[in-house]
Design a protein around this ligand. Structure first.
Ligand code: FES
Length: 426
């Protein structure tokens, strides 16, 4: 567990806990549902009868039926008795997509004060099944920010005060996956449900369902919550719902599909010797405030951010990997793919567009034999179409590395490329 996550964990305060008995699924059913009242800390299980299964489960509105058990005509979206109900079908699927891993969620909507439901992928539904529950009802309101953790390995449910975790759902999912996994395999068995920053301020905040992407080694999110179930979750002060499944064992791997390679022919480099990355981190005193500066140095050194640089920066600075991916993919100055020795940027801003920059870009694509966003096979040039370069008065504008060229005509391009190649040899 990295230092950052250790600090978050040590601020947790146990509010309630309950052991539960493991239950094998029979024909895909656990025959019980789970109910957690966060106002009182009461955690109870309830039978799911044959009749209920036939009538309601598997995408036939079981979550809606559970909702009706809790509400009355006076229940509004922000009433403590507004439940958030999760259910999943025999294989965690809906009737139309059995086995697809869907979770169905129901609550009274902040937008309409009527009942809304959503369905979403992201593993939570099947993991709830593997933990031995056909459905889950969250009820009540907490005074403090809490995390609810269902641990199907230790057969324990805890409600924990969690004051320090991030609000951003991507980072939160990463923090919690790291916090609750005791080894690499367990990361693959953790799903997190949370409502992000948006849900604090709006009436239509979504719920984010995370699942672990074993290739990138970060949790990824799917969203559900038409009508603002995320806002209901935040109103209850539930920061996240975490489930650890016991369902996948032994350790499993997945081979990359040859089709995926055709669809995504990007090559994201790694480097053999990582000591230079460590040196760069140390130059910036492993300070998370200077992650961007570290990225600048790394980009300059390798003409990309090598994929295996990210875990090193994460370890050195304690910055969640999701954050590092955000930075590496958000700023134009950084690139996970290796860039050419020179980068040619063609402005696509309004002033340049009306002066024919699209024509310049397509002409350069022909001259270089690549598409915008690609690098020539000799590694010499990367071509990019970019937003306003800030020199509109001399539109259309092209930038080659740090040099800006204005009033560029199609007939100038060959000469500019030749000069760029020559300056390369100097
Ligand atoms: S629009 Fe091209 S420089 Fe501003």
């Amino acid at each position: 567990m990295n230092k950052h996550v250790e600090k978050l964990k040590s601020a947790h305060n146990l509010i309630a806990e309950k052991d539960f008995e493991h239950k094998e699924l029979l024909k895909g059913y656990a025959d019980r549902s789970l109910r957690i009242d966060i106002s009182t800390g009461e955690i109870t299980t309830h039978p799911v009868t044959e009749q209920m299964k036939q009538l309601w489960t598997g995408g036939k509105g079981f979550d809606l039926w559970l909702t009706f058990q809790e509400i009355n005509e006076n229940t509004r979206w922000d009433s403590p008795e507004n439940p958030i109900c999760f259910s999943s079908g025999p294989l965690g699927g809906t009737t139309s997509f059995p086995g697809s891993g869907k979770t169905l969620v129901t609550a009274i909507s902040p937008l309409t004060d009527g009942i809304i439901d959503s369905n979403v992928g992201g593993y939570f539904g099947p993991y709830l099944k593997f933990a031995g529950f056909d459905a889950l009802t969250l009820i009540g309101k907490s005074e403090k920010e809490i995390i609810i953790f269902i641990d199907a390995i230790k057969n324990k449910i805890t409600i924990e005060e969690a004051p320090l975790e991030s609000i951003d759902s991507h980072i939160l999912a990463e923090e919690l996956t790291e916090m609750y996994a005791e080894n690499e395999l367990e990361k693959k068995n953790i799903a997190v449900v949370s409502a992000g920053r948006g849900a604090q301020h709006t009436r239509m905040g979504v719920l984010n369902f995370s699942f672990y992407d074993w290739k990138r080694e970060v949790p990824r999110l799917k969203q559900a919550g038409r009508g603002g179930i995320g806002t209901v979750m935040r109103d209850k002060k539930i920061k996240a719902l975490v489930i650890k499944s016991s369902g996948i064992s032994p350790d499993w791997e997945i081979e990359e599909s040859p089709v995926a390679k055709l669809v995504t022919p990007k090559i994201i480099p790694t480097i053999d010797k990582t000591s230079k990355i460590e040196e760069i981190c140390e130059k910036w005193e492993n300070n998370p405030e200077y992650v961007i500066e570290m990225f600048q140095d790394i980009q300059e050194e390798y003409r990309c951010i090598p994929e295996n640089a990210l875990p090193i920066i994460q370890k050195k600075t304690g910055t969640p990997k999701a954050n590092l991916y955000h930075i590496a993919t958000f700023y134009k100055a950084f690139s996970l793919e290796k860039k050419g020795i020179k980068t040619i940027q063609v402005c696509k801003g309004t002033a340049c567009h009306v002066k024919g920059s699209a024509n310049l870009l397509s002409h350069l694509e022909r001259l270089l034999g690549i598409k915008s966003g690609e690098t020539t096979s000799d590694g010499r040039f990367t071509l990019e179409g970019v937003a306003c370069l800030g020199a509109c008065s001399i539109a259309p504008v092209i930038k080659i590395d740090d040099q800006v060229f204005g009033h560029v005509k199609v007939s100038d391009l060959e000469k500019l490329l030749t000069e760029a190649k020559e300056s390369d040899h100097e």
